[in-house]
Design a protein around this ligand. Structure first.
Ligand SMILES: [Zn+2]
Ligand SMILES: [Zn+2]
Length: 169
């Protein structure tokens, strides 16, 4: 939507809001007049025949149309509100699933990967917590600590990636 269309949209929305509010307010006033008149004619304080019975033919549709116009005008705002409300949920969801997805993709390339506090088992693909040394599903070693420099290496590595020391089994 370009700037011109946006302005046009806003103007239409404004007109709808004003006309809708006007019709709704007028409709409600006429509704009240009708109900008071109708109730009065039925009740103890009899005013005789309801004079304003015809009002209901105008006031009811007027109230409905006014309400509908307001709803249409506000629909953009409602949609934006709903979108904004749902955005944190979507973000949180992707925030949770991302480390696992990331681990799976890099695990395919490297055999093992560690990111976002999770480690993927090179043997069975289980996502284990970052602190785990062994896979909780198949028992495979998740990484090797270099005996020389203490670097964490992938379980399949033969030599330390930091110092080149031969890694044991
Ligand atoms: Zn495993
Ligand atoms: Zn090392």
């Amino acid at each position: 939507m370009n700037e011109y269309e946006k302005q046009k949209h806003l103007r239409i929305k404004k007109i709808l809001t004003i006309v809708g509010a006007f019709l709704l307010a007028l409709g409600l006033v006429l509704d009240v007049v009708f109900f008071v008149d109708f109730a009065g004619s039925m009740g103890v304080m009899s005013f005789g025949q309801p004079e304003f019975f015809w009002l209901s033919f105008i006031s009811f549709p007027m109230t409905a149309i006014g309400g509908a116009l307001l709803l249409i005008a506000k629909r953009g705002a409602i949609t934006a509100y709903v979108m904004r409300e749902n955005a944190p949920i979507v973000n949180e969801y992707s925030e949770r699933i991302r480390p696992a997805v990331k681990n799976f993709t890099s695990a395919a390339a490297e055999g093992i990967s560690e990111s976002g506090g999770a480690v993927v088992c090179a043997q069975c693909g289980e996502v284990c917590s970052g602190g785990a040394r062994f896979c909780t599903v198949c028992g495979a070693e998740l990484f090797k600590i270099c005996g020389n420099c203490g670097e964490k290496n992938a379980a399949k590595d033969k030599f330390c990636r930091a110092c080149g020391e031969k890694l044991g089994n």
